[in-house]
Design a protein around this ligand. Structure first.
Ligand code: HEC
Length: 143
């Protein structure tokens, strides 16, 4: 009986321990929004907006990969960033809306790349991908 109690207690403390590990290990932003912008968004959107007279499959693949990275960045931005107040900002409806618009635009870039359609790619880049950058910055970028 006593042995059982000890086993139960140690199992319990083990569970608590792993729970506290799980808590410190919980998803939390590792990058600031600024880092996400400069490290992920800028280089990838530069590829997308700079795409012109693409010829090879590899070039289209590069555009497609860039769009995937924009989606990944958008995925990070859903949780905000490591900077002060960035998790709170990311919980706001407007932030979610602009971020979602950017993600949707990146999905359209993938469709354009899959169809190797430069006209659509250019239209998506200007009319869908760019506006959410502007809207979000107007509201959330501190000057
Ligand atoms: C959901 C909101 C949001 C979206 C969408 C967004 N940004 Fe940002 N961006 C921010 C915020 C907030 C900052 C300010 C970060 C800071 O200064 O700490 C920023 C800053 C920047 C900066 C300046 C970085 C610096 O070093 O000061 C660039 C460049 C940038 N964004 C590019 C883009 C581009 C290009 C897009 C669209 C493809 C985009 N962003 C979409 C929120 C967003």
């Amino acid at each position: 009986m006593k042995k059982f109690t000890i086993a139960a207690v140690s199992l319990f403390s083990l569970l608590c321990l792993s729970m506290s590990f799980a808590q410190t290990d919980e998803r939390q932003p590792l990058l600031s929004v600024k880092d996400i912008m400069n490290g992920l968004i800028v280089p990838t959107t530069t590829i997308i907006w700079g795409a012109y007279q693409l010829e090879t499959d590899a070039q289209w693949q590069e555009v497609r990969n860039a769009a995937l990275s924009v989606i990944a960045a958008g995925n990070l931005l859903q949780f905000g960033g490591a900077g002060e107040g960035e998790v709170v900002a990311a919980a706001e409806e407007d932030w979610k809306t602009y971020n979602q618009q950017m993600i949707e635009a990146a999905r359209l870039v993938i469709v354009a790349a899959d169809n190797k359609d430069e006209e659509i790619l250019s239209a998506v880049g200007n009319d869908a991908l760019y506006p959410p950058c502007e809207s979000c910055h107007q509201q959330y970028q501190k000057r």
